[in-house]
Design a protein around this ligand. Sequence first.
Ligand SMILES: C[S@@+](CC[C@H](N)C(=O)[O-])C[C@H]1O[C@@H](n2cnc3c(N)ncnc32)[C@H](O)[C@@H]1O
Ligand code: SF4
Length: 400
Amino acid sequence: MAELRTPPLALYVHFPWCVRKCPYCDFNSHALQGELPAQPYLARLLRDLEAQAASVGGRQLSSVFCGGGTPSLFPPAAIGRLLEAAHALLGCAPGLEVTLEANPGTIERGVFSEYRAAGVTRVSLGAQSFAAASLAALGRIHSPAETQRAAAELHAAGLANFNLDLMYALPQQDRAGALLDVEQALALAPAHISHYQLTLEPGTLFAAQPPPLPDEDLAAAMLHECAARLATAGFARYEVSGYAQRGAQCRHNLNYWNFGDYLGVGAGAHGKLTHAARGLIERTTQWREPRRYLAAADSELQRRAVARNELPFEFMLNALRLVDGFAADTFITRTGLSWQAVTAPLQRAAARGLLVAAAGRYRPSERGLQFLNDLLLEFLPQNPEKSADSALSMATPEVS
Ligand SMILES: C[S@@+](CC[C@H](N)C(=O)[O-])C[C@H]1O[C@@H](n2cnc3c(N)ncnc32)[C@H](O)[C@@H]1O
Ligand code: SF4
C-alpha cells in the first residue's frame, strides 16, 4: 500500500434517544422511556472520546457532527462539554464545522442561541414535510408551525447555516404536494436541503405494515420536479440527496463521500481510520444498544481491518454519491490500491450508461444517480463474504 495517505479526520457523535420512534426509521434510535440519562451518557461519551483520541496520535479534527436519534434532547451545556473535550484532546481546524441534528418538536425558545454559544455552527432540522396530514402519517411529534418557528429561531440565533431534512414520495402524496413541501422549505431560507425518498427499511413498522406509497415512476417525477425547483432557487444538487447554496455544502458529509476518516463515538457509532504507515484501513463499531454501550468498558470498541478486495466497493459506495464524482488520485491515495483495481468495473459501468468519465473525473450519470445500487454492484468483490444487500447497507455512515 505504497500510496496510502492519511486523509482528514472528522468526529461523529451519536445520541440514540428520541421522544417517539418514527415508523419509517431504522436509525439507531430508541423511544425514551422515563428520564433522559443525560449525565451518564455524557460521561460515557467523554470516556469514549478520550480513549479513541489516544489512538489517532494528535490528528486535528476537520468537522464534528452530533447525530441521532435526537441530539437536541441534550442540553446545550452537555454539547458544550463534549466540544471542549474534542478541542482539548484532538485540536480542531480553524472555522470548524459543528453540526447538531434537531427535531423541531424538541426546541425550546432561545435554545439555539445557547447551542451556538456552546460551539455549534450548523443545525440540521428534521422538517420532513409541511403538510399536517403527512406529518401525522409519518408519526412525527411536531406540526408544520413548529418547524417554521424553529427555523425563525435559527435565523434569530445567527445560525443561518442550517439544513432542512425533507422526505418525498410520502403516503398519499402527489406531485403538487411534494413540490409544495420544497416551496415551503425554501420560504424558511435554509442554506442546505436534504431531500430523501421515503424508503421502507427492513425491521421498521412501515416495512411490516406498508402505507400506500407513490409508485417508482411518480417518485421519479417528484424528484425531477423538486430538483429543478431547488436549482432555480440556487440550491445545486451535489450529492444524491443533498442540495446546497454556494459554499453551504456539508463539509462533514463531504468528508464521508471523499472516503475521509472519522471517529465514531456513542452507541452504535461507526468509525473509519487510515493507518498509512501500516498500510491499513480499519472500521470501528460501538455497542448499538444504549444500555449496553453505557455499561461497556473502553476496550470493548470493535476494530476490523477492511480487506483489500472490499476497498473498491467501499470507496465507490461513498464517492459515487457525489454528483461530481471523484478523481483517480483520490481513489489511489485513500485506498492504497492501484488504479487497475477499478478500471474494468469503471469501463463496464460507463458502457451501461451509469458512469461518465470526463476532465479527469469519474461521476455517476443521471441514470447512475437514479439507479445507484446497480452502479455500485459493479464494484462488489468477486468472492464477497457478504451478500449484495448486506454489502450495500454496511460501511455507510449514518448521514443526514
Ligand atoms: C437521524 S434523522 C434526523 C434528525 C431527527 N432525528 C429528526 O428526525 O428530526 C435523519 C433523517 O433521515 C431521514 N430518514 C430517516 N428514515 C428514512 C427513511 N426510511 N426514508 C427516507 N429518509 C429517512 C429523515 O429525513 C431524517 O430527518
Ligand atoms: S426519524 Fe429522527 S426522530 Fe424519528 S425515530 Fe428516526 S431519529 Fe428519531
